[in-house]
Design a protein around this ligand. Structure first.
Ligand code: GLU
Length: 500
C-alpha cells in the first residue's frame, strides 16, 4: 500500500453504540494497525435533533474498555481537528458554495408541506415521489427560479436547502474491496440535501468533506451505507478530489430468522447488543462488560463476524488479529450472530486467566454477599473454573465451600439407603484417624478401607458427596474434603445422617 493508511470510525452520537458499530470500529482498527496507519474517530453530530447526551462519552468508554481506542480523536492528537463535526460547522458552507458555483448543486425552496403533498399524490397513483432529474425542473428551486429571485428570497430569510444535482443517464461502475465491481444507474438516485439554511451540512456533505480533509485513505463501514456510495463517489468527482477506497462490511444477522440483529433480539433471547450498560429513564439495557464478558472475548467473537483467516482457528488475540486481518477475506454474506458461541469465547478466555486474578474477582462477589472466608480462593477457583463461562457463575459452582448445604437434591437423596448412615459413621471414624489431611492421602486411605471391607465405591462416594455438597455436583470429592477441612466435613456428614 503506497499511501499512508488513515481510516476512521465515524459514529453519530444518537444512543449507545450497537455491537455492529463496535465491529466496524474494530475492523478499522485492525486494518490501520496492520498497515502501520492511523485509526481516528470522528463524531458525526450534525443532526442536532438526534443528539443524545452521554452517547459520545459512551463511545469513547466502550472503545477504551475493548482496547481499541483511536489514535486521533476529540482531545487526542488533533492533527486534523476539530474531530466533532458540530465544531467544524463554519467549514462546510464554502464547500456547498463551491458545488453551487460549479453547477453540481442548487437551492431548493420547497416547503415540507409541498413535498409531503407531492409524496401523497404520487402514492395515490401507486408511485413513489423522488426528488430527482424527472421532477426537479418543475419544482421550486434555483433551476426554475431566476438568480435574482433566489437571492431575494434568501435575503428575506426564506428556508432553503442545497441539493446535489445528480447527473442524468450515467452508469457508475464503482469498486468495493469486499463486493467487487458494482454498477449504479444515476437516474435512480435522488438529489440528496447537502446543506440546510440553518447553516448545518447534512451527513453526506460533512462526511465527504471531512474524509477528504482528514486524509482518509479507506472507508470501512457497514453495508447499510452502500446505497450512499454512488452519491459519495459523485461528490468526490464534483470537488475534483481523489476518492478513498471503500469496503462495506456485511450485516450482522439475527440468531434465528432473517434480518438485521436488533436490540429486540437481545431482549427476547437474553443477551446484550451493547458493549456497556446504557441507562435511560425508560430502563437499563445490559452491556457485555456488566454481563461479565472479558473485552478480549468480545473482540474475538466480533472479529469472526464476517471474517476468518482461512483456517479453523477461532481464538485470536488482538495482536494476532492485527497480524492476520485482511479486508479481502471479509465475506459478502451477512454474519449470523450466535449468543451461545459468544459465551463459548468467554469460557475460553476465562480459562486463560490466572487463578489468582479470578480469585480477586470472586472475592469481590463474596464480599458483596457478606461472606468472609479463610479458604484459599485461588485454589477453589482452580477447581471450578473449567465449568464456568463467567466469573458471575462462580458462586453457584462453589457455594458449598462456604456454606453447608441446607437442603439435599431430591433425586440424589434416593440413593441414601438403609445401610448409608452406618457407612457414613464409619467414614467419620476413618477421617478422624487421619493425620495428614490432604486430598491424595484421604483418597488413598478411604479407598483402602473400602477395598479391605469390600464396600462398593458408589455406596460411599455418592452419599458422601451429597452430604458435603447437597447435590451430585462439584469437582474431585477429596479436593473438596481437604479444602473444607476435617471438622467441617464431619459436621456435614453428621447433619446429613440426622436429616436424610
Ligand atoms: N455517521 C455515520 C454513522 O453513523 C457514518 C457512516 C460512514 O462511515 O460513512 O454510521
Amino acid at each position: 500500500m503506497s499511501k499512508q493508511v488513515r481510516v476512521r470510525f465515524a459514529p453519530s452520537p444518537t444512543g449507545p453504540l450497537h455491537i455492529g458499530g463496535v465491529r466496524t470500529a474494530l475492523f478499522n482498527y485492525l486494518f490501520a494497525k496492520k498497515h502501520g496507519g492511523v485509526f481516528y474517530l470522528r463524531i458525526e453530530d450534525t443532526d442536532q435533533t438526534r443528539f443524545v447526551p452521554g452517547a459520545e462519552a459512551y463511545i469513547f468508554e466502550a472503545l477504551e474498555w475493548l482496547g481499541i481506542a483511536p489514535d486521533e480523536t476529540v482531545g487526542k492528537n488533533e492533527k486534523f481537528g476539530p474531530y466533532r463535526q458540530s465544531e467544524r460547522k463554519a467549514m462546510y458552507k464554502q464547500y456547498a458554495d463551491q458545488l453551487l458555483n460549479s453547477g453540481w448543486a442548487y437551492y431548493a425552496f420547497d416547503t415540507a408541506e409541498s413535498l409531503d403533498a407531492m409524496r401523497k399524490e404520487a402514492e395515490a397513483n401507486g408511485k413513489t415521489f423522488i426528488y430527482n432529474h424527472s421532477v426537479r425542473e418543475q419544482l421550486d428551486n434555483s433551476l426554475t427560479v431566476s438568480r435574482e429571485k433566489v437571492e431575494e428570497r434568501k435575503a428575506n430569510g426564506e428556508h432553503y436547502v442545497i441539493r446535489f444535482k445528480t447527473p442524468v443517464n450515467e452508469i457508475l461502475e464503482l469498486k468495493d474491496i469486499i463486493r467487487g465491481d458494482i454498477k449504479f444507474d444515476t437516474n435512480l438516485l435522488d438529489d440528496k440535501v447537502l446543506f440546510k439554511s440553518d447553516g448545518m451540512p447534512t451527513y453526506h456533505l460533512a462526511n465527504i468533506v471531512d474524509d477528504h480533509l482528514m486524509e482518509t485513505s479507506h472507508v470501512i463501514r457497514g453495508e447499510e451505507w452502500l446505497p450512499s456510495l454512488p452519491l459519495h463517489h459523485l461528490l468526490y468527482k464534483a470537488f475534483g478530489w481523489n476518492a478513498p477506497e471503500f469496503a462495506h462490511l456485511p450485516l450482522i444477522l439475527k440468531p434465528i430468522g432473517n434480518g438485521k440483529l436488533s436490540k429486540r433480539d437481545g431482549d427476547k433471547m437474553g443477551f446484550p447488543v451493547f458493549p456497556l450498560e446504557w441507562k435511560t429513564e425508560e430502563g437499563v439495557s445490559s452491556g457485555y462488560r456488566e454481563n461479565g464478558f472479558f473485552p478480549e472475548a468480545v473482540i474475538n467473537f466480533l472479529a469472526l463476524l464476517g471474517w476468518n483467516d482461512g483456517t479453523e482457528q477461532e481464538i485470536f488475540s488482538l495482536e494476532e488479529l492485527v497480524e492476520k486481518f485482511d479486508l479481502n477475506r471479509i465475506h459478502k454474506a451477512g454474519a449470523k450472530f450466535d449468543p451461545e458461541k459468544n459465551k463459548w469465547f468467554n469460557h475460553q478466555y476465562l480459562q486463560k486467566q490466572s487463578d489468582a486474578s479470578l480469585a480477586e474477582s470472586f472475592k469481590t462477589i463474596l464480599d458483596k454477599k457478606g461472606i468472609s472466608t479463610s479458604l484459599d480462593l485461588t485454589k477453589i477457583v482452580g477447581m471450578i473454573k473449567e465449568r464456568a463461562n463467567f466469573v458471575t457463575e462462580f458462586w453457584d459452582l462453589a457455594d458449598y465451600f462456604f456454606e453447608a448445604p441446607t437442603s439435599y437434591d431430591e433425586k440424589a437423596a434416593k440413593n441414601w439407603k438403609e445401610e448409608t448412615p452406618g457407612l457414613m459413621q464409619q467414614v467419620i471414624s476413618e477421617l478422624n484417624k487421619m493425620e495428614d489431611f490432604t486430598s491424595t492421602n484421604i483418597e488413598t486411605l478411604l479407598k483402602e478401607w473400602m477395598t479391605t471391607n469390600e464396600i462398593g465405591m458408589g455406596k460411599v462416594m455418592q452419599p458422601l458427596r451429597l452430604s458435603l455438597v447437597g447435590a451430585l455436583k462439584g469437582p474431585h470429592l477429596f479436593d473438596i474434603i481437604e479444602m473444607i477441612g476435617k471438622a467441617e466435613t464431619v459436621k456435614r456428614i453428621e447433619k446429613a445422617i440426622a436429616s436424610l
